[in-house]
Design a protein around this ligand. Structure first.
Ligand code: AMP
Length: 218
């Protein structure tokens, strides 16, 4: 059975944190479009250079580029049983492209957990977020601090503030989310796969609620 799960929610809702926590339990690879772009940025590939111009301004990378990148990733062998998607789709065109892709791959969207968090909370979360250089593990200076300041608990690598987590870019990212990504909530609700989860609860509680609500765990 091929299971594709899409984590939906505004920037700062905790999609990355939750995906890291649940992908192992669900035995599905965690595919984060943002992480793939950042990986390309680090390696200075053409894709990375192209994406950087959009990411640093808090804008979306064009659909055709993003869709081709995800298509390539989903056809790799580790996705044979499905995937946990984080950050994709982010526009109606991406959602349609994904459903066509999954049809070709013989799968379908099993569930779309929507992690809801009110807007004022998002800004505080994003501007206090620190990310590990090596593997993208996520911490928050106030709500989820690393044990040793500036070092990742999991791999000891340096923690840094993402360029797009700086205050001026955060407001823009939230606006882009409201305009381009929020309509997907209705889209997946109409398809009957949306599951709303309160993202303001403690991290472990959100994880437990997600796992309890997902069809694979019923
Ligand atoms: P994230 O780590 O998911 O917050 O993504 C960081 C940035 O990468 C976004 O602000 C966009 O510039 C870009 N990005 C990630 N996913 C997508 C997507 N599905 N479509 C377009 N741009 C994306």
């Amino acid at each position: 059975m091929t299971t594709y799960i899409i984590l939906l929610g505004p920037p700062g809702a905790g999609k990355g944190t939750q995906a890291q926590a649940i992908s192992e339990t669900l035995r599905l690879p965690h595919i984060s479009s943002g992480d793939i772009f950042r990986e390309n940025l680090k390696k200075e590939t053409e894709l990375g250079k192209l994406a950087a111009g959009f990411m640093n301004k808090g804008e979306l990378v064009p659909d055709d580029v993003t869709i081709a990148m995800i298509r390539e990733r989903l056809t790799r062998s580790d996705c044979q049983a499905g995937a946990l998607l984080d950050g994709f789709p982010r526009t109606p065109a991406q959602a349609v492209a994904l459903s066509n892709m999954l049809e070709e791959l013989g799968g379908q969207v099993a569930a779309v957990p929507y992690i809801s968090v009110p807007e004022p909370v998002l800004i505080e979360r994003l501007t206090g977020r620190w990310t590990c250089r090596q593997a993208g593990h996520i911490f928050h200076e106030k709500y989820n601090p690393s044990r040793q300041p500036g070092r990742c608990d999991f791999d000891g690598s340096e923690l840094y503030q993402r360029e797009d987590d700086k205050a001026e870019t955060v407001t823009r990212r939230i606006r882009v989310y409201l305009e381009q990504t929020k309509p997907l909530i209705d889209y997946y609700q109409q398809l009957g796969c949306l599951i709303e989860v309160d993202g303001t609860l403690p991290i472990e509680q959100v994880t437990a609620n997600l796992l309890a609500a997902l069809p694979a765990n019923e």
